[in-house]
Design a protein around this ligand. Sequence first.
Ligand SMILES: Cc1ncc(COP(=O)(O)O)c(C=O)c1O
Length: 445
Amino acid sequence: MSDLVSRDLKHVWHPCSQMRDYEAFPPLEVVGAQGCHLHLKDGRKLIDAVSSWWCKSLGHGHPRLRAALSRQMDRFEHVILANTTNDVIVGLSERLASLAPGLNHVFYAGDGSTAVEVAAKLALHARKIQGSGESRFLALENGYHGETALTLALGDLGLYREAYREVLPPVSFLRGLPYVDSESHPLWRDCSAVWPALEAQLEENLAGLCAVVIEPILQGAGGMRFYSADFLRRLRAWTRARGVYLIADEILTGFGRTGTMLACEHAGIVADIVCLSKGLTAGWLPMSATLVSDEIYGLFYGDYGHGRDFLHSNTFAGNALAAAVALEALDVYRDEDILGQVRRNGPILAAAMDRVARTTGRLKNVRCLGAVAAAELQGPGTGHQTKTGQDARAGFQVYREAVSRGALLRTLGDTVYWLLPLNAGPEVVSELESITTASIQAVLG
Ligand SMILES: Cc1ncc(COP(=O)(O)O)c(C=O)c1O
């Protein structure tokens, strides 16, 4: 164990980890990161196959983002956003407001969990202002929305929420979602066969319902699952007809991950509130933005002190360095035709994951949408669920094997997935395919 790692293990409590795992598999010492690759102290180069927790949408070290950050650093780094403004935050807000019609108001915070927390608070508060007071939330099976108490409650992953169950507000979950493996699955366009059962659950939950909270189209932490665009369209129609807010958590999906700027576009719908983070600054700096409809914003607009003031405040809301990078990132998405790249690379990614499945015979339920490909491991050591997803099980072993072969391929339990930077070229996909194949074969034969 190197000196740095032993110092690390004395003081750094790593996220989403059982620290004891690091005895057998110490943290990797990163000395640099460029494009799709991480550079380690021992000279190894790893493909960042998970875009550093799904946020490095333009890869590491993009020169335009570095220049934008450095320009802003020469001006000012951070100023309280209450009672001040500046050209960067105004420019960014104008651009974000143009992402979806009618969502013209942007509320900033520092991370994805807080963006969802803000969205949920806005929905509750809006109902209170209206005097109706609906206060229940409905979310989707296998959903994930963050780590604060309210957002944990909105998530359906026992793994993350179980220890805190007693303090989480009750949330109902819609079950039996029409999952698909690609846009060509018949349910993608038409889920009329399963809709009545879903609608019945929605109706059962209508009393006191304030909002439905969803990850549109792609559910990340719940296992990289894709569901029907037609279902999303119907859900929007139902929420609208019933006067229930729809909150779209686009923290993972926003900025091109599924092939459209927002995943809601697959269904041609606009939610009442949209949460953005991760790709917002292309993973350079922590920032989130909650886009709010004119209607909800209007409810809060009035004289101070009459219960209409949204007093949520985070110190780093609208941080100028993050805003400058986010503004530039929007230009890069456009100038480098990132959506076009995702569309062109999609079939390459899908074919590569299919080959891994065929060569190893150890993958099932292969699926691909936009710049995400995923599948479940099958064979000895699969099918377990533990708290960290990191013990002697097959998924963790595949992850370790992949690191030794040159890819940071962090699995989600038995789910193996590729979530490369959106601008990753075919040569990176091809190398990742070889590494994934060899790693699965090493673990499962
Ligand atoms: C869909 C979704 N919502 C919310 C979050 C929470 O974001 P953060 O980790 O920035 O708090 C995540 C993080 O992975 C996410 O994928």
